[in-house]
Write a protein that binds this ligand. Structure first.
Ligand code: NAG
Ligand code: NAG
Ligand code: NAG
Ligand code: NAG
Ligand code: NAG
Ligand code: NAG
Ligand code: NAG
Ligand code: NAG
Length: 886
């Protein structure tokens, strides 16, 4: 035995709160479900799960489609097994699963059903098809296909390192790799804590011991597949119809359908055994992690047993196991464990005192992958994946861009730097690239050579490309670019720059402002008369140009009719007109004073003004780039940035007008409370604001971190529709703008992610933290920090621990709310405000929970006379789901 019992101590869950297990929110809109080999463009809804499967054509460019043999149709376990994609050539072939969220935990599953697609099914017994599958660069599994009618399944829990996950099939020279389906399901970061970015968990086995059917989605919100036990002799199935509760910090969230069944044995003298073998050829080093799931269905008689792992006593603290009554509990090993002979045996043996035989609801067996190889620098991978997806690059680009060296992407050169590899050269000449030049190229910070020649690239060159520190060669010839190039690029003597001059020289434009300045500088040394003449000529020219520009705006005219300019850039004169010479001051925002404005057509606007002198010249281009990109971010729960003004010495941001002020005004504002917010209002505002934030995090090409989520920045429109404001600008202006309000460099006291203080980096999960604080503010109506009373998270936790949920709610609500609805909001808020960012949920999970909370309150209002705990689909979510303190 490699280990003695104490070295594989295990954990029995000890939670803080209990909740009744209810059918969890469906997340299937975030599922990626690919039926490999389905003809291009086809999709269908699977009858067993109601999940929509789509063809794999947009995820992979290589391989061949096949149907399984018609004789074997019907033998396949899942409909996706009817067809497959095989890879006779190429060595390594990869699927790029996107979009994924960097840092999010996912369950990934591949299924493999041979089905005699190539008429060689008979040969499998004597010469099996063997190939490897890898996630990114990590070994995932070795498939050893010996049975043409069997569905082989491989599952893993991974944390996405970039905004996509690549799954590669590697040909080992022992038959043609193939795959039938590939699925990706988001999980909470708190699920399966042993799965970390460097250590994916690979599933060896998962069984629901007493079930009579395979359980997966929709019973399991994460669509884990709970298989039936292979050996059933000696097992007796038992089940319950009672409700089952679980601790709120249960990291496994085993579905109700699984917990309501279990296996037991005929008598206390018969042990319950579970056996498995490690795959032949490797010993699953560093070993297996086991999770045993227990819930007893009876209370009257003693059920007590010892657990043996490969014949060693495996009891925690030498305690016997007594499954709790109607409560989900688990025992999980903390140290991976290997056996010498590839054989493993878990055995539950009743104690002498036990009246009832041992029982087991479910078992999960994982092994933890050690990241063995180097990886390409994650920002480089992310940029390349985005370029590949955005431009639909038709190259054999698969898996990690640089590694292994044998499979480095064509057109790329990499250099290894310590434990990572970085891209130094990228040749995308003649690659059919269309559209604007992607900002992603500027994320490749080590790039020395970039050849984009002979494509159909249009538009102007992004300013950000100027910032690549090591760029030596930039070839842009043979495209349809227009506009001028950034001066810094044209003047970079270390750079070989190639471009077309057919439409004028982008490096020495004929009539730019900069040139006028140069002319002026020369004029200083010539006689005064000439200076005067020149200056007047210049002024006339400038005036004429401005008129010309204004006229050229097409339908937008200067004068009485003010419309939103197409390029979203307002002149200062336009702002003067819009705001009636800044006559209606509506408040002081983070950016400066805010004025009411109105367009000719009656559209109301909020105009935020600021003098640019306080902003260093260095920040300006960055600020402009940000503003320009933000005008393209549209969502119904985000305050629209209509345009901006950088005319003369004035800096202005023009926003959609929000007539009902901020959430802060309503909850805690100095001005009289405009309208008392009911719990329904509050739950609706929370749900809408969460959707706005979720969109910032996931709806754009790159996630936008808000950086200053607080109740002041949630504005209310007509019907109290909530919208998030002041997002995305933080990098360049928050620093200056906030120095005059009670805020730190980024974020506002009380709302700041504590992890930011350690890492100095604000991420989307910092926004999640701040949003959690806002949720608590919504529930309590209290400020985040009460000087003598500490932070809201601590205050709430204390009340929750005392079991005093009702005392948490804002007294102004006068008890008019559904208590489970309040609880749901508090529950998610406490998850959002977890100290470790990895334990916080994503905004999409927050949105789902808030949706439930709102639904509960609306149900209360529509059935306010009947007791909702008495029935309906929501019975399990009723008053009884009130957490009890422990
Ligand atoms: C699938 O959807 C249909 C219609 O909405 C419903 O009747 C059926 O019960 C669903 N099946 C599953 C497995 O959820
Ligand atoms: C597989 O079968 C479907 C429907 O029977 C058919 O449309 C498709 O062309 C077949 N695919 C191949 C690769 O033979
Ligand atoms: C192949 O798998 C099928 C279905 O799982 C099973 O019924 C059959 O016995 C297996 N055949 C062999 C030769 O193992
Ligand atoms: C086992 O469960 C505990 C409590 O939920 C958790 O903290 C621990 O990380 C888990 N261990 C493994 C190896 O997953
Ligand atoms: C599994 O363990 C139990 C108890 O330690 C033992 O009685 C049984 O023989 C073992 N089975 C195998 C196949 O090793
Ligand atoms: C249980 O009973 C058996 C036989 O009666 C005895 O040998 C054994 O020591 C007992 N075990 C304990 C832990 O009491
Ligand atoms: C860019 O690629 C084209 C086509 O391969 C090649 O002709 C050209 O010389 C390259 N440019 C540079 C600067 O290397
Ligand atoms: C430059 O090209 C873009 C995209 O083709 C076009 O929208 C824009 O109007 C052009 N600008 C100029 C000044 O020609």
């Amino acid at each position: 035995m490699p280990c003695s019992p104490p070295s594989y101590l295990f954990i029995i869950v000890t939670g803080v709160l209990l909740v009744l297990v209810h059918s969890q929110t469906s997340l299937d809109e975030d599922f990626i479900s690919i039926d490999c080999g389905l003809p291009s463009g086809f999709s269908y809804v699977d009858e067993k799960t109601n999940i929509t499967y789509i063809s794999d054509d947009q995820y992979i460019d290589t391989g061949e489609n096949h149907n399984i043999s018609s004789q074997l149709q019907g033998a396949e376990q899942f409909r996706s097994g009817l067809n497959l994609r095989s890879f006779p050539t190429g060595g390594r072939n990869c699927y790029t699963l996107y979009p994924a969220i960097k840092g999010q935990k996912y369950l990934i599953r591949g299924m493999f059903m041979h089905g005699n697609y190539d008429n060689k099914g008979q040969d499998l017994v004597s010469s099996p098809v063997t190939f490897d599958i890898r996630i990114g660069l990590n070994f995932w599994n070795r498939l050893n296909i010996i049975n043409a009618t069997m569905t082989y399944t491989s599952e893993a829990i991974v944390v996405a390192i970039v905004n996509s996950v690549s799954v590669c099939l590697v040909d080992n020279g022992e038959g043609t790799p193939f795959i039938s389906s590939l699925e990706m399901r988001p999980m909470k970061s708190s699920n399966y804590p042993a799965a970390t970015p460097n250590h994916p968990l690979l599933l060896q086995d998962r069984r629901s011991m007493g079930a009579s059917r395979i359980i997966r989605y929709p019973d399991d919100p994460y669509d884990r597949v709970w298989w039936l036990p292979q050996i059933t002799s000696g097992l007796i199935k038992i089940s319950t119809r009672s409700l089952i509760s679980r601790y709120t910090d249960d990291v496994y969230e085993v579905p109700v359908a699984v917990l309501k069944t279990a296996a037991t044995t005929s008598s206390t003298s018969t042990a319950l055994n579970f056996l498995w073998a490690a795959p032949t050829g490797w010993d699953a080093t560093p070993g297996y992690l086991i999770g045993l799931h227990f819930t007893d269905f009876q209370q009257g008689q003693l059920r007590e047993f010892d657990i043996y792992y490969n014949n060693d006593l495996w009891n925690y603290d030498n305690k016997k196991t007594k499954p709790p009554y109607l409560l989900a509990n688990y025992i999980n090993g903390t140290t991976p464990y290997t056996s010498d002979n590839y054989l493993y045996n878990i055995s539950l043996v009743a104690t002498n005192a036990s009246v009832l035989p041992p029982m087991l609801n479910a078992i999960e067996i994982y092994y933890q992958v050690q990241q063995d190889e180097k990886m390409t620098y994650s920002e480089d991978v992310e940029a390349m994946m985005t370029v590949k997806i955005d431009y639909q690059v038709k190259k054999n680009w698969m898996g990690d861009p640089c590694l292994p060296e044998k499979y480095t992407w064509s057109g790329l050169k990499c250099r290894s730097q310590g434990v990572t590899s970085r891209i130094i050269s990228l040749d995308l000449s003649s690659s059919d690239l269309q559209g604007a030049i992607s900002e992603q190229f500027s994320m490749l910070r080590s790039l020395e050579y970039l050849n984009l020649s002979n494509n159909d690239l249009t538009g102007s060159l992004p300013e950000s490309l100027t910032n690549l520190p090591n760029i030596h060669v930039l070839d842009l010839s043979g495209n349809q670019l227009n506009g001028t190039f950034p001066e810094a690029l044209c003047k970079n003597r270390a750079l070989t720059l190639r471009y077309d001059t057919a439409n004028g020289d982008p490096c020495s434009p004929r009539s730019s402002k900069k040139k006028h300045k140069a002319v002026l500088a020369v004029a200083v040394v010539v006689p005064v008369v000439i200076v005067v003449i020149l200056i007047s000529a210049m002024l006339m020219l400038l005036f004429w140009k401005k008129q010309a520009i204004v006229k050229s705006r097409g339908q937008e005219q200067y004068g009485d009719h003010i419309h939103i300019p197409e390029n979203r850039e307002f002149t200062y004169e336009e702002l003067v007109k819009i705001t009636n010479n800044f006559s209606v001051f509506i408040g002081e925002g983070g950016f400066g004073p805010v004025f009411h404005g109105q367009l000719k057509d009656g559209t109301q606007l909020a105009v935020k003004m600021r003098s640019p002198t306080s902003m260093s010249g260095k920040g300006m281009p960055e600020f402009l780039a940000e503003v320009e990109s933000l005008t393209t971010v549209h969502h119904r729960y985000l305050v629209l940035l209509v345009g901006y003004c950088t005319d003369q010495d004035h800096l202005g941001l023009v926003y959609e007008y929000m007539p009902n002020g901020s959430l802060y005004d309503h909850l805690r504002g100095k001005n009289a409370i405009i309208q008392r917010l009911s719990w329904q209002h509050r739950a609706k505002i929370a749900h809408e604001a969460a959707q706005g934030l979720d969109y910032l995090h996931t709806g754009c090409v790159l996630p936008i971190v808000h950086r200053d989520v607080k109740s002041h920045n949630i504005l209310l429109g007509c019907d109290l529709t909530a919208k998030i404001s002041d997002f995305g600008l933080s990098k360049s202006y928050l620093n200056v703008a906030q120095s005059h309000i009670t805020a730190t460099a980024a974020g506002t006291l009380g709302y700041i992610d504590p992890e930011y203080c350690l890492s100095g980096r604000l991420t989307i999960s910092s926004d999640v933290f701040s949003f959690g604080v806002v949720l608590l503010e919504i529930v309590t109506g209290e400020p985040p920090i009460i000087p003598t009373n500490g932070h809201i998270v601590q205050r709430i936790k204390e009340k929750v621990n005392m079991g005093n949920i009702e005392a948490i709610a804002d007294p102004r609500l006068h008890g008019e709310f559904d208590i489970s609805s309040i609880w749901k909001v508090v529950d998610i808020a406490l998850l959002c405000t977890k100290e470790a960012s990895s334990e916080r949920p994503t905004m999409s999970m927050v949105v789902a929970q808030l949706k439930d909370a709102l639904a509960l309150e609306e149900a209360r209002l529509s059935y306010s006379t009947s007791d909702i705990s008495q029935g309906g689909a929501n019975a399990e979510l009723s008053i009884n789901s009130m957490p009890t303190a422990r």
